[in-house]
Design a protein around this ligand. Sequence first.
Ligand code: 13P
Length: 253
Amino acid sequence: MRKKIVAGNWKMNKTFEEADELLNDISEALEAETIDPSVGLIVCPPFPYLEIASDVSDESYFQVGAQNVSDQEMGAYTGEVSATMLQYMDIAYCIVGHSERRAYYHETDAIVAAKVNQLLAHEIQPIVCCGEVLEEREANRQFEVVKTQIQDGLFHLSAEEFAQVIIAYEPVWAIGTGKTATPAQAQEMHAFIRSLIAEKYGAQVADNTSILYGGSCKPSNAKELFANPDVDGGLIGGASLNANDFLAIAKAF
Ligand code: 13P
């Protein structure tokens, strides 16, 4: 059976002190609350906070992910962070192909594919983001757009490699806008993504793939989103910056 996952993408937020406080708040809240043990909880802070996140997570229930990784193995790539470095820090997950990286840093599907390869070579599970912008949805092109992102970013993998991948459907028009996809829109796209995986890798691989929803997911709407059969959790931005909201979402299954 596929895993249910709630992952927090902090993006470029929090000072060191605030990050330390949030990590400890999450850890304390996890001691007080009972989260369904079938729900995996992942925190993805900025690179400089990975080490403290990793230390706090050692004594807590959550796991740690990075928000980005280099598409190169090592060498003269100023400012980049390699999968080897993340692996050495025991980072278990990494977000790849977030729409903000696609839009502001020109990350193409080919770059996404290279980053996924780096992560898998270093035993880190990629959380691969896909999703259409508003104009594409208005032109009813959302399925075509997501299909290309999934095919070009992931379908070079073997079935065994693909089994390590987590997908996050994040409609760009819903990110940070307060405008959430309706549960029906999320379910429709998640079922479509699962059908693409089934066509390529077979029903069993598709059934085992966790597909998360992202885009203005919060405690008030998580329950109805997660109630859909193909929505296996969420990739949470803004609401992951508060321990109570983040855990309320994790309890929404
Ligand atoms: P928000 O939850 O702030 O809309 O962000 C979603 C997101 O981009 C997570 O990766």
